[in-house]
Design a protein around this ligand. Structure first.
Ligand code: F6R
Length: 244
């Protein structure tokens, strides 16, 4: 894994956006795997700037998102569909029909998961997957577990994740307890992976991902097996790592 250090969140966001913009420029019909949460917001802002001020076009880009809260309607203001529209898609020249976010209302999560993974294959697979990391080491909503789960699936969110994400809701009781998440197969099949980490609350997870054993109790550690992963992290997120 290549580690790129940023001095702060702003620098991290600029570097990440540049990395994604290069992908879009070099392969204008790329399939981008996208993440939500607070970490990529600055990256998306910078990508909007590239599009609006520097002529970067997303017209042929296809996107697949990692996850969606189970039970939230797409127009709920905390749904990840709403997040993506609001933080990126509404401000760039992407065609909405080329953007895909898991269906949080599906009645049959198993069949939906299979169909979502199949759709990703039909698109040609993910060229560049953007990831954040949970403070417990989750990627997408693959929570610490006895084993890695391969397909897109319904997952029960951990207490830790409910607590972390309560900041987006009025209270922790309003955080949906389950989500549909891309599994490890589609993530690990991505040709390139860019993972972002910012802030001291990610430091332990980042250390475990880089220096620990590959262990489903720290899901991001599986990325050690992927041949093309770049981590862009700020000083705080790298504060426990023994990097030169
Ligand atoms: C979001 C996602 C999650 C987040 C992670 C970090 O689509 O897949 O894995 O990347 O929970 O969230 P933030 O960036 O809010 O710290």
């Amino acid at each position: 894994m290549l580690v790129i250090r940023a001095k702060n969140y702003e620098e991290l966001s600029r570097k990440a956006a540049k990395y994604i913009a290069n992908q879009v420029e070099l392969k204008p019909n790329s399939v981008l795997g996208l993440a939500t949460g607070s970490t990529p917001v600055g990256t998306y802002k910078e990508l909007i700037r590239y599009c609006q001020e520097e002529g970067l076009s997303f017209r042929k880009i296809r996107t697949v998102n990692l996850d969606e809260y189970y039970g939230l309607r797409p127009d709920h203001e905390q749904s990840y569909r709403h997040f993506m529209d609001h933080n990126l898609f509404d401000h760039i020249d992407i065609l909405k029909e080329n953007t895909h976010v898991p269906d949080g209302l599906t009645q049959d999560p198993c069949a939906f998961g299979e169909a979502y993974d199949e759709m990703i294959s039909v698109l040609g697979g993910i060229d560049l997957q953007l990831l954040g990391i949970g403070s417990n080491g989750h990627i997408a909503f693959n929570e610490p577990n006895q084993h890695f789960v391969a397909p897109t699936h319904l997952v029960k969110l951990s207490e830790n994740t409910l607590e972390d994400n309560a900041r987006f809701f009025d209270s922790i009781d309003e955080v949906p307890p389950q989500a549909i998440t891309m599994g490890m197969r589609s993530i690990m099949r991505a040709r390139r992976i860019l993972i972002l980490a910012s802030g001291v609350n990610k430091a332990e997870a980042v250390k475990g991902m880089l220096e620990g054993e590959i262990d489903p109790m720290l899901p991001a550690s599986i990325l050690q097996l992927h041949p093309d992963v770049v981590l862009i992290a700020d000083n705080e997120a790298l504060s426990l790592c023994a990097l030169e």
